[in-house]
Design a protein around this ligand. Structure first.
Ligand code: PGA
Length: 276
C-alpha cells in the first residue's frame, strides 16, 4: 500500500529563526495528538508509521536546524533543488552530498518556478533525479502543463514527455524511491486548484507511462508503487477532494504549508479520509 505523503514546499520563505518557530508550533499540534505513533522530538521513533508521511522542504539555510529539531521523529526534511555534481567550481550551487550532510531525505526536482525562472529543463531534471538517487535522496519530480497547453488539449502529451524525460536515467528497480508531483502551472499560487477529477485523470496517465517505461514483467507494478501527489493551491478546505481519489497519494503544498495550524489541518483532513 502506498503511504500518503504531505509535503510542504516553503519556497523562499522563513529565516532559521522563523523556521524553528514554525517547528515549535507545529510540533505542539502534531506530537500532542500523536503520542501513540509518531514520537516526540528527542524520543525514539515509534514503529507504526503515521499517516500521512510528513515532509517539510524549507530553504537550504534552515535544513540543518529543522533536521536536528525533528531528529528521531517521523517528520522528514527535504530540499527544494540540487545540482548533480558532488563538488567543484559551480558557484552558488548545492550538491546532493551537502544536502545529505545537512539532513535532507528528499529533494524537489523541476518545480515549475525553477523551470520558468531558472532555465530548468527535462534534461537537467533527469540529471538531478539521477544525482539524488545516487546519494540516497528521494527525488520529487514535478510535472505540470501551462494554461495554454491545457487549452490546446495538450495536457496528457506534455505530462507524458516531462515524466519520461525527467525519469530517463532511473533504473526499474529504483522507481519506487521516486515521488512525482503533478502540479499544473496555472494552479500554483493562484488560488485556482484543479478539479480533483482532472488531476486524477492526469495522474492515471502518469501511472500508465510508468508502467510502459519501467515494466520489467516481474516484481511490483511500477504504476502502483510510485507515489503521485497533486499540487497547486491546496488548502485545508479543498484537500479532501484530492485525497478521496485513490489515484492521488497526497499533496505538495506551497502557501498553506507556511502556517503551522493550516499545515496540521491538512494532515487531519488526509487522516479523515485515509484512516477510515
Ligand atoms: P501553492 O504552491 O500551494 O502555493 O499553490 C504549490 C507548489 O508550488 O508546490
Amino acid at each position: 500500500m502506498r503511504v500518503p505523503l504531505l509535503a510542504g514546499n516553503w519556497k523562499m520563505h522563513k529565516t532559521i529563526k522563523e523556521s524553528l518557530e514554525f517547528a515549535a508550533s507545529f510540533s505542539r499540534l502534531y506530537f500532542e495528538h500523536e503520542a501513540g505513533d509518531a514520537g516526540r522530538p528527542g524520543e525514539e521513533k515509534r514503529s507504526s508509521a503515521s499517516i500521512p508521511e510528513v515532509l517539510i522542504c524549507p530553504p537550504f539555510t534552515s535544513i540543518p536546524s529543522l533536521s536536528a529539531f525533528f531528529a528521531g521523529t517521523d517528520v522528514s526534511i527535504g530540499a527544494q533543488d540540487l545540482f548533480w555534481e558532488e563538488k567543484g567550481a559551480f558557484t552558488g550551487e548545492i550538491s546532493p552530498l551537502m544536502l545529505k550532510d545537512a539532513g535532507a531525505q528528499y529533494v524537489i526536482v523541476g518545480h515549475s518556478e525553477r523551470r520558468q525562472y531558472f532555465g530548468e529543463t527535462d534534461v537537467t531534471c533527469a540529471r538531478k533525479v539521477r544525482a539524488a538517487l545516487d546519494h540516497g535522496l528521494k527525488p520529487i519530480l514535478c510535472v505540470g502543463e501551462t494554461l495554454s497547453e491545457r487549452e490546446k488539449g495538450d495536457t496528457l502529451k506534455v505530462i507524458q514527455k516531462m515524466t519520461q524525460e525527467g525519469l530517463s536515467q532511473v533504473k526499474p528497480h529504483e522507481i519506487s524511491s521516486v515521488v512525482i508531483a503533478y502540479e499544473p502551472c496555472w494552479a500554483i499560487g493562484t488560488g485556482k486548484e484543479a478539479r480533483p477529477e482532472d488531476a486524477a485523470e492526469v495522474i492515471t496517465h502518469i501511472r500508465q507511462v510508468l508502467r510502459e517505461v519501467f515494466n520489467q514483467n516481474s516484481g511490483d507494478d511500477p504504476g502502483d508503487v510510485v507515489r503521485v501527489l497533486y499540487g497547486g493551491s491546496v488548502n485545508p478546505s479543498n484537500i479532501r477532494g484530492f485525497v478521496l481519489r485513490p489515484e492521488i497519494d497526497g499533496a505538495l503544498v506551497g502557501g498553506a504549508s507556511l502556517d503551522a495550524e493550516k499545515f496540521y489541518e491538512l494532515i487531519v483532513e488526509i487522516r479523515k479520509v485515509r484512516r477510515s
